[in-house]
Write a protein that binds this ligand. Structure first.
Ligand code: DHB
Ligand code: MG
Length: 224
């Protein structure tokens, strides 16, 4: 991916976003607050956020699980797309990130539709299961990539037949082809890919993407 590639993909994203999405004060304020807090600028793009919202609407999602809140950008997209009475349960490992997200979500007027859980995903997920917090109609896995296999297993367990699971950032800019990378994120995605091959609980596809976020990709799975 060259600088020219990224400039072109960014311009094409902007071309479509101008027509299909447009400006949004709460989302723009969320991005600004995330940057001001010095957090990584790795939230989903506007077009990806809208895809998440459309998927929520497609399954009439009332309960959504998110693993990896960051500043709450994707959380806001999904919370707005919930069926009446719905809720996003979102897990964030970093308390400082969760606080930024809490403010962003409140400023967007969505505090009553979002439950932020602070803690490591693999510690919080068993609690959610024990609270009978599921089933979730859609899960969005967007935290550390090394633990994707564990997050996905929980997401399936907390799903119902027909639930969707979206796993972000699965291409690692192509590094997933390397068996000897020594990179925990790459190894996490590779292990996930291998277990998915024989996971009869779901049907899944991997989609590579380009855009304002560069070269990336996601896996979409449907629970059987
Ligand atoms: C990374 C993580 C993300 O969730 C993302 O959307 C992009 C990049 C990363 O860790 O590099
Ligand atoms: Mg991501």
């Amino acid at each position: 991916m060259t600088a020219d590639d990224l400039a072109l993909w960014t311009a094409v994203d902007a071309y479509f976003d101008d027509a299909l999405i447009g400006g949004d004060a709460a989302l723009e304020a969320t991005i600004a607050a995330t940057a001001a807090a010095g957090m990584p600028m790795i939230a989903v793009s506007p077009s990806q956020g809208k895809l998440l919202a459309l998927l929520c609407q497609t399954v009439s999602a009332r309960r959504v699980l998110e693993i990896g809140t960051l500043g709450g950008y994707s959380t806001i997209w999904m919370a707005r797309a919930l069926a009446p009475g719905g809720e996003v349960v979102t897990i964030e490992a970093a308390p400082t990130h969760a606080e930024v997200a809490r403010r962003n979500i409140a400023a967007a007027g969505l505090a009553n539709r979002v439950d932020i859980r602070i803690g490591a995903g693999l510690s919080v997920l068993p609690l959610i299961a024990s609270e009978a917090g599921g089933p979730f109609d859609l899960s969005f896995i967007d935290a550390d990539k090394a633990n994707i296999p564990g997050y996905f297993d929980w997401a399936v367990k907390l799903s119902r037949p027909g639930s969707l699971i979206v796993v972000d950032n699965v291409t690692r800019k192509g590094a997933i082809l390397r068996s000897d990378s020594g990179i925990a994120d790459v190894e996490g995605v590779r292990k996930f890919r291998d277990t998915l091959a024989t996971d009869t609980r779901v049907s899944a596809t991997a989609i590579q993407t380009v855009g304002v976020k560069g070269y990336d990709g996601f896996i979409l799975a449907r629970v059987n």
